[in-house]
Design a protein around this ligand. Sequence first.
Ligand SMILES: *Cc1c(COP(=O)(O)O)cnc(C)c1O
Length: 219
Amino acid sequence: MSITDNLKKIKSALPDDVTLVAVSKTKSISEIREAYDTGHTVFGENKVQEMIQKWENMPKDIQWHMIGHVQRNKVKYMAGFVSLIHGVDSIKLLGEIDKRAQQNNRVINCLLQIHIAEETTKFGLSADELDGLIHSDEFHNMKNIAIVGLMGMATFTDDTNQIRREFRFLKTLFDSTKKIIPDISILSMGMSGDYEIAIEEGSTMVRIGSSIFGARNRN
Ligand SMILES: *Cc1c(COP(=O)(O)O)cnc(C)c1O
């Protein structure tokens, strides 16, 4: 099936209140253009340099989401245009985003990434670290970032019960965080292999790459 067909099929099956981020990492401008021409305007990238190149070469009504791990020294390059940063996992990174957002006269929307998988390789805050961050003075003094939700990645496994447990855990953290930060509305969880489970467990934003654009050579 074509990119257009894949995108239409996935979108028609998603609940209306779930946002689709089309993950276009490693894919070419012409492939992204095909998706854009169906009317889709939300794309996700995991490398800052690659996202900048695509932003430069694509229409400016696209919302670019940074979904990958962010190095602090790269924040300045995307601070002028990035629409949502999914992978914020430290107060230091958040401080850098705040500083660069201020220099660009804007507020940058961020998600706090939570470590929910069994794998030690995945990034993210623990529940305790999340609690510490959202109660810190440092965080409360930041005026140019907005925490709009949480993000997490489940373990890469065939065990759907485990995936469901991990997503359910993230949803409970989302609900308890909402008591502290009432404005949060986004729960970013679910990729090509597990987004249906994620939606059943309360996801409001899915990040789907290979099921739209086909397999990749790298992540
Ligand atoms: C690559 C990536 C995705 C999309 O993965 P697919 O399995 O191709 O849908 C989602 N989220 C993050 C953080 C990614 O790096």
